[in-house]
Design a protein around this ligand. Structure first.
Ligand code: SF4
Length: 421
């Protein structure tokens, strides 16, 4: 139950990064609408015009930031300059997302003071894991009165697509791949309860949603304790034909969701190869499971995978793809790859090109390694591949991927995966 504003104020959310931020922005928008704010319509031919317009016309602009690459954080610092240089800016600008997550909680990449120094023109901050604190920020900015409150249980979300919705099954990550900011920016891996997930699905199904994407940084390990994760992973490494691999709670959850008759399509992001057991491979046979699966490989060279602190080898990845194609011939497979990781030689990079040739990915998000402050790689490894070489590897791999990409026409909406960094 929420007490509402007397006069409607306008809000605008600008989201950078992946689906996790998109889902959070929908909850932020839902809260603001519950409080009586209405959404300002997007205007502008490009991102700069869009933000300038929101600065001039909204009462509150929420920037949901991404930290995955330096470029993503630089965009937020650029917004600070836009606020400063725009005399007509009237919106209160509040920052959330991974940049705020990176300076709060137990796992910090840099200090709150440093972030605030670099974003002096912003009016408020709240971490993505604590939407309740957004209410405090709204009060401090005099955008709502002191007696407005909300009940987290009844938290609504904005629905942008009448048929499709992203639903989080877990938050955060404990894997600490050496290049990645997520374990810091999103905190410890926490699985939502089955009850909570099923209630959210029920609610969305009642509104007509029939196509679901289940999200988490590591969906496959949903519902597993640390000890269970360890068992799953060591079984995966020892038993290459994977017959003895463990049952996964996530596979069972998908089977249950598959039985909901109103649902006609299911997919999930993000999957890591080291938790993708045969139990989950078998789920891919189910007819409502999408014909696309995204599994990050990151590199085709085992030495580099080890330096990345990934828990799989190139051979295990290829074996996984073979098993997937055996149960679901024709399934599209997508991946993420980093080129120019510290210490990566040309020869090691060529192993990734060979892997691309072998696996034939339908989608490949290829990125050049960018050192992220506070990560293991930034602290301990030298970013020694020259930019020119990184660019060459990026170009070469993109060409190889295109050359080897399956020629079949896809009926899957890959735009669901494209991030807006
Ligand atoms: S699994 Fe690795 S790459 Fe994925 S979010 Fe966790 S730490 Fe980052």
């Amino acid at each position: 139950m929420v007490l509402r504003l007397r006069k409607s104020k306008k809000y605008y959310t600008k989201t950078f990064g992946c689906y996790a931020n998109e889902v959070d922005s929908d909850y932020i928008a839902g809260l603001l609408e519950d409080l009586g704010f209405s959404e300002l319509k997007k205007k502008g031919r490009n991102e700069t015009e869009e933000i300038e317009y929101a600065l001039k016309n909204a009462d509150i602009l929420v920037i949901n930031s991404c930290s995955v690459r330096q470029k993503s954080e630089d965009k937020v610092y650029g917004i600070g300059k836009m606020i400063k240089n725009n005399p007509k800016a009237r919106a209160k600008v509040v920052l959330t997302g991974c940049m705020v997550g990176s300076v709060t909680g137990d796992r910090k990449r840099f200090s709150e003071k440093q972030l605030k120094m670099k974003t002096k023109d912003f009016d408020g901050y709240f971490p993505p894991s604590d939407i309740k604190s957004f209410l405090t920020v709204l009060r401090e900015l005099n955008l709502i009165s002191k007696d407005l409150f909300f009940d987290k249980k009844g938290l609504k979300r904005r629905q942008r697509d009448k048929n499709h919705a992203y639903v989080n099954v877990s938050y955060g990550c404990d894997n600490f791949c050496s290049y990645c900011v997520v374990p810091y920016s999103r905190g410890c891996e926490v699985s939502r309860s089955k009850k909570e997930i099923l209630e959210e699905i029920k609610c969305l199904v009642e509104k007509g949603v029939c196509d679901f994407t289940f999200c988490g940084q590591n969906v496959n390990s949903w519902g597993l304790s640390m000890e269970e994760k360890f068992k799953v992973r060591s079984a995966g490494r020892k038993d290459t034909d994977n017959k003895k691999q463990s049952k996964l709670p996530f596979a069972q959850l998908l089977r249950e969701i598959h039985n909901i008759k109103e649902i006609n399509n299911i997919d999930f992001i993000s999957s890591n190869p080291f938790d993708f057991t045969q139990d989950l491979v078998d789920v891919l046979k189910l007819p409502k499971i999408s014909n696309y699966v995204h599994i990050a490989v990151q590199s085709g060279n085992n030495k580099i995978l080890k330096a990345m602190n990934r828990r799989h080898t190139s051979e295990e990845f290829v074996n996984l793809v073979e098993r997937i194609r055996k149960v679901r011939p024709g399934i599209e497979i997508g991946t993420d790859i980093i080129v120019g990781f510290p210490g990566e030689t040309r020869e090691q990079f060529m192993d990734t090109a060979k892997l691309i040739e072998k696996v034939k990915f339908s989608v490949a998000f290829i990125s050049m390694y960018s050192s992220r402050k506070g990560t293991f790689a930034e602290i301990n490894l030298k970013d020694d591949v020259p930019l020119k070489e990184k660019k060459w590897r990026h170009m070469y791999l993109t060409k190889e991927w295109r050359k080897n990409k399956p020629k079949v026409k896809s009926n899957y909406s890959h735009s669901r995966w494209v991030s807006s960094e």
